[in-house]
Design a protein around this ligand. Structure first.
Ligand SMILES: Nc1nc2c(ncn2[C@@H]2O[C@@H]3COP(=O)(O)O[C@H]4[C@@H](O)[C@H](n5cnc6c(=O)[nH]c(N)nc65)O[C@@H]4COP(=O)(O)O[C@H]3[C@H]2O)c(=O)[nH]1
Length: 630
């Protein structure tokens, strides 16, 4: 260090000791600066000056000077006009400016009139008040690189309380700021797409609501969910799914203005906040634009895919001025768009609220119905037209609501699926079906009949399914070959390999597996050869239009022929007319189920209904048996 430097440092240290800076104490107390009066501090200063200063040895001064030299903070000492008189080595390492370069320069910071601290004071104002001053700011090193610094300035006052010098403490906090930025990013942004996350979106929505309250403008909130994304994710893999989400995110950004916000809530759910719109129709313009840009094929690394989306729109202040309510509105409207066949948008309406309340009530009632074992299983006979006998039954769940008429399973099964209630419900149906089938077998000495139980998608994916079926068979005493499990094509499509493993395990138990509603799903017929299934059930929508609709004739006959070629049994459901039964027989589909023969009945009525069912069988197909091929 130069001689001047050492002298300055020593003088500075001495000054610190002689003049204990009131500001230091104030800073520690975090109080607002009070003007330091010379009179107030004088006696103690003088006492120290005459005591401590005179007691200082040259050695202790040297130690103190080294402490400053070796400080881990950059230190700048400037006169009261900002002319630098000393910088320590750490300052030089931070900024790249050496002592000689710095001395005599003006520290801009000291005279900056715009930069203020937490108390809105400029550095000079704080110094004149004898208090310390602190701020964070970005600056540039000598090599041009920018960095973040935390600056603390402390005044040095002379015996009379007049400002003589200013000490700047400089810490390079770039790393800390970077970590903080990263943490903020993690907390507020979606790491995959870089879009804002749910938390930040909600915050922005609240800010925008405050803004429109003042400006009396409107805002539009769009809730977007990709259609069939799960299928893409499951079949093409998660990496491809991620790639797709990133492309969708950037396309969404292109559809809105700079000041609008696009966020990803998670999965394939996105929200858009259109601030300052003039009319509700403006939100529809954006929704149309989004639907249009999404139709453009997306080139992913492995292949090209096309996606569509369902969008729900809600408008503030029209629909609500509450952020949570708006989010729920837009979500409800999005579900409505899905129900309308996807690839479209819907505005929120009050009816949707009513619908969602009704749905919640249904869910609660269903939960208690399951808990109280109020659900019952009906049985619909299945007929073998060759033997003219009932060959089995399909178990169909029924719910007689206390205050309402019978509720269709088509209404409550989807609710049960969504809420997870399908698990206890499915278990109850399986148990009841097995118990009744065992009772029928025992009382009628019927040894060839089966009972078919519907499995829902969630049940089929459940790891415990095979154990549940095994245990239920054991507990009820029903031999496995009398149980048939019906699954649908769509359950197989998500993860075909896993589906095959589950089916094989079920087959090992000795139960029969049927693909229900065959022909309505998206399955490629090639898959059928790989699936360990026994039966196909032709969906009733194809049977309903037989024998008049040429397209349905083609589908039904193709399914029957294919099943025969693959060695699978085929059963037609929804047979209502004799013509349909005749058509099916002609095409060698002998297993049938439908109102022509019997409707689903409670277990207790099976025996009582049996003669009626037999009559109907005889009437419908008996007279044709002369022509049945042998
Ligand atoms: N138009 C017409 N319909 C006929 C005829 N014959 C039978 N049906 C009806 O067709 C449906 C056949 O069941 P599904 O295709 O498995 O379709 C079932 C099945 O997907 C589901 N479901 C019913 N019970 C259960 C269950 O216990 N578990 C699960 N997971 N789903 C069930 O609900 C759907 C509807 O069940 P249901 O209302 O009982 O309706 C039953 C049955 O009553 C006919 O000749 N004409």
């Amino acid at each position: 260090m130069s001689e001047l430097g050492s002298v300055l440092v020593i003088a500075f240290v001495a000054a610190l000791l002689v003049l204990p800076p009131a500001a230091y104490w104030r800073r520690r107390n975090h109080s607002l600066p009070r003007p330091a009066s010379a009179e107030q501090v004088k006696p103690s200063r003088q006492a120290q000056a005459s005591g401590s200063a005179s007691a200082l040895t040259a050695q202790s001064l040297q130690i103190l000077s080294r402490a400053i030299e070796q400080s881990q903070s950059g230190i700048v000492i400037a006169d009261c006009h900002g002319v630098i008189e000393y910088v320590n080595p750490r300052y030089s390492r931070i900024t790249g400016y050496g002592l000689q370069e710095a001395i005599g320069q003006i520290a801009d910071l000291i005279n900056n009139q715009e930069l203020t601290d937490g108390s809105q004071l400029t550095l000079q104002e704080a110094m004149q008040l004898g208090s310390s001053w602190e701020t964070f700011m970005s600056s540039h090193r000598k090599n041009g690189e920018s960095f973040w610094q935390q600056v603390t300035a402390s005044p040095i006052l002379d015996d009379d309380g007049t400002l003589t010098h200013i000490v700047l403490n400089i810490d390079d906090i770039s790393e800390r700021i970077e970590t903080q930025e990263q943490m903020e990013k993690l907390a507020f942004y979606d790491p995959l797409t870089g879009l804002e996350n749910r938390r930040l979106f909600k915050d922005r929505l609240e800010q925008s609501l405050k803004h429109i309250r003042r400006t009396r403008k409107m805002l539009g909130l769009l809730f977007l969910d990709l259609d069939q994304f799960k299928r893409i994710n499951d079949t093409l893999g998660h990496d491809v799914g991620d790639e797709l989400l990133c492309t969708v995110a950037s396309r969404l950004k292109q559809c809105v203005r700079e000041e609008d916000i696009v966020a990803r809530l998670g999965g394939d759910e996105f929200t858009l906040l259109l601030s300052d719109i003039n009319q509700a129709e403006d939100a529809a313009l954006v929704a149309r634009k989004i639907l249009a840009v999404l139709t453009e094929p997306i080139q992913l690394s492995s292949q090209k895919v096309t996606v569509s989306a369902s969008i729900g729109i809600t408008i503030a202040p029209e629909d609500s001025m509450n952020a949570s309510v708006l989010m729920r509105n837009a979500d409800l409207a999005m579900y409505q768009a899905k129900e309308q066949g996807r690839d479209n948008f819907q505005y929120f309406t009050d009816d949707m609220n009513i619908e969602s309340l009704a749905r919640m009530a249904l869910e609660n009632d269903l939960r208690s119905a399951i808990n109280n074992n109020e659900l019952v299983v009906f049985f619909q006979p299945q007929v073998n037209m060759l033997t003219q006998e009932v060959c089995g039954y399909e178990a169909l769940v029924r719910w007689q609501h206390e205050q309402a008429e019978m509720i269709s399973p088509e209404r409550f099964i989807p609710v049960a699926e969504e809420t997870g209630l399908i698990m206890p419900l499915g278990e109850q149906v399986l148990r009841q079906a097995c118990q009744h089938m065992k009772a029928i077998m025992d009382s009628h000495s019927q040894h060839g009949q089966t009972v078919a139980v519907n499995l829902s998608a969630r049940q089929f994916r459940d790891m415990n399914l095979v154990n549940l079926v095994r245990d239920t068979l054991q507990e009820t005493g029903l031999p496995p070959k009398h149980l048939e499990l019906e699954i649908t094509e769509s359950m197989l499509m998500g993860n075909m390999e896993q589906a095959i493993v589950t089916l094989q395990a079920l087959k090992r138990l000795g139960v029969t597996v049927t693909i229900d509603d065959f022909g309505t799903g998206y399955s490629s017929l090639n898959y059928l050869t790989r699936l360990p299934v026994d039966k196909l059930k032709v969906d009733r929508s194809f049977i309903a239009n037989l024998p008049d609709n040429p397209e349905h004739i083609a589908i039904a006959t193709a399914i029957i022929a294919m099943a025969q070629r693959l060695g699978l049994q085929v059963v037609a459901e929804g047979v209502e007319t004799e013509q349909q039964a005749r058509f099916l027989r002609k095409h060698q589909c002998y297993l049938v189920q439908g109102y022509l023969f019997a409707e689903p009945v409670p277990a207790e009525s099976i025996q009582q209904e049996a003669p009626n069912v037999q009559n109907r069988i005889n009437l419908a197909v008996g007279h044709e048996f002369d022509t049945v091929p042998s």
